[in-house]
Design a protein around this ligand. Structure first.
Ligand code: FES
Length: 164
């Protein structure tokens, strides 16, 4: 965790996390090229990427905070606010909408208690978001489930929701 109860900032890239970053950097031709995996590490450690974390990433990679923010805001895989333990992305682009995506979103919101798309359930377990094409149009409606600090799972969705 990077923010203490007093509101002071605790850097992400210290100790073993900094060692991991140094290892990652060795696989790339320059620090800028390692921005995506660096952000991924930051998100794994903190759960989401705040403006302060973007500034830290910019500092450790020798980039501007504006450049880092541009990348974070471009990719939906980076969270710009706290999310639930389980982050669910549902494609609601036209082809999937024709195949019932709105019903899938509604079912997730009801079964998880999240209430509204983009909001997190009161128990902190679920955040459901609508996204653009997930590249699985032939299987409409695709659902991408990311378990924070956990493994990917495949199975019957009502069982997954019930066991999480
Ligand atoms: S339009 Fe939904 S996955 Fe492509």
């Amino acid at each position: 965790m990077t923010a203490s109860h007093t509101g002071s900032y605790e850097p992400v890239f210290v100790g073993t996390v900094m060692e991991e970053l140094q290892s990652v950097l060795q696989r790339y031709p320059n620090k800028q090229a390692a921005l995506l995996p660096t952000l991924w590490i930051a998100q794994r450690e903190h759960g989401w990427i705040s403006d302060r974390i973007m500034a830290e990433v910019a500092e450790v990679l020798g980039l501007t905070p504006a450049y880092v923010k541009g990348v974070v805001t471009f990719y939906t895989m980076y969270h710009q606010h706290p999310v639930g333990k389980n982050f669910v992305q549902i494609c609601t682009t036209s082809p999937c909408n024709i195949c019932g995506a709105e019903g899938v979103v509604k079912a997730f919101l009801e079964h998880t208690g999240a209430g509204d798309a983009g909001a997190t359930s009161p128990d902190g377990k679920w955040t459901i978001v609508e996204v653009e094409c997930l590249g699985a149009c032939g299987f409409a409606t695709p659902v991408l489930l990311s378990m924070i600090n956990d493994r990917a799972i495949i199975g019957h969705l009502t069982l997954i929701i019930g066991n999480s």
